[in-house]
Design a protein around this ligand. Structure first.
Ligand code: R5P
Length: 311
């Protein structure tokens, strides 16, 4: 196997390569003067089992294009098999038509990756599991939950925990984490806007009084969902609220919003390269998923079970 990295998250790619005790393929992914992307692979990859690591995070379109062009370069260089390792898949939230005459952009992105020449995809906490079906090639969806559960056990063991989903859509993910935390109880934040124009009401399903709440979600973007949920939990008598989120998109003023929120701590993974603001924040901590991704890649290369990573 050989590993190639595009530019979106080089620290993660290097950490994965280090886990696998392999060098990154000698390649250049650079821009022409007019910002067109150019990829040049400086070593032979003919007949190799190739893994190209690229999160299609901000700037999503540039990073997606880099991924597509890397795959094209590998295909034309006669790689035997190409796995697109996409720790964070941009556009994944556009997985259905929210209204008439709107696109399903997640499906379009899946088509583009496949059409460029990928033979497999390795992703982490896809926004919805069904997105695996958007690809007509084998797609492994890894879960950050075991990494999060280990961190939670080491910090909060013996405390009265409550796993909380910040919306109804995240219940399956929250339940899976709760199971890993010795079947911790589960609560759900139910957001309702009874009439258009009226402000949103947060109802908490479950008794969170005196509990140390662990909010879990796949993405923190503006931070609105999470910060509002944290406040609602404290208002209902929660003892403390921390959040574990796989993908720290953290756009706009999200870091400042988190810093001034009711959240005691926000824990994200390095699926997206953290910004300076996120690294500087005293409220944000980053867990690495490099060993998880590296181990899954090793198992794909060895043709051994990936799912048993989560047993
Ligand atoms: C939505 O379905 C996702 O799971 C996240 O809850 C959402 O993307 C978070 O966005 P924001 O941080 O902007 O509220």
């Amino acid at each position: 196997m050989k590993i190639m990295a595009a530019n979106a998250n080089l620290p993660l790619a290097r950490a994965v390569a280090q886990y696998l005790e392999l060098p990154l393929v000698d390649a250049a992914v650079r821009r022409f003067a007019d910002e067109e992307i150019f990829v040049e692979i400086h070593e032979n990859v003919r007949g190799q089992d190739m893994f190209v690591i690229q999160s299609t995070s901000y700037p999503a379109n540039d990073n997606l294009m880099e991924l597509l062009i890397c795959i094209d370069a590998l295909r034309r260089a006669s790689a035997k098999r190409i796995t697109a390792v996409v720790p964070y898949m941009g556009y994944a939230r556009q997985d259905r038509k929210p209204g008439p005459r709107t696109p399903i952009s997640a499906k379009l992105v899946a088509n583009l990756i496949t059409e460029a020449g990928a033979d497999r995809v390795l992703a982490v906490d896809l926004h919805a599991g069904q997105i695996q079906g958007f690809f007509d090639i084998p797609t492994d969806n890894l879960y950050a939950a075991p990494v999060m559960a280990a961190d939670i056990q080491s910090r909060y063991s013996g405390k009265a925990l409550m796993v909380v989903s910040p919306d109804v859509g995240g219940v399956v993910r929250a339940r899976a984490l709760a199971k890993r935390l010795d079947n911790a109880p589960l609560a759900i934040v139910d957001k309702r806007r009874d009439r258009p124009g009226e402000s949103e009401v947060m109802n908490i399903i479950g008794d969170v009084k005196g509990r140390h709440c662990i909010l879990i979600d796949d993405i923190i973007d503006s931070g609105g969902t999470l910060c509002n949920a944290a406040q609602a939990l404290l208002d209902e008598g929660a003892e403390s609220v921390v959040a574990y989120i796989t993908h720290g998109v953290l756009s706009g003023g999200a870091v400042a919003r988190v810093d001034s929120s009711a959240l005691k701590e926000l824990v994200i993974t390095d699926s997206i390269r953290p910004t300076e603001a996120a690294l500087d924040s005293k409220r944000i901590r980053i867990l690495t998923i490099a060993p998880l991704i590296g181990e899954a890649m090793r198992r794909i290369a060895d043709e051994s079970s990936v799912s048993s990573l989560f047993d």
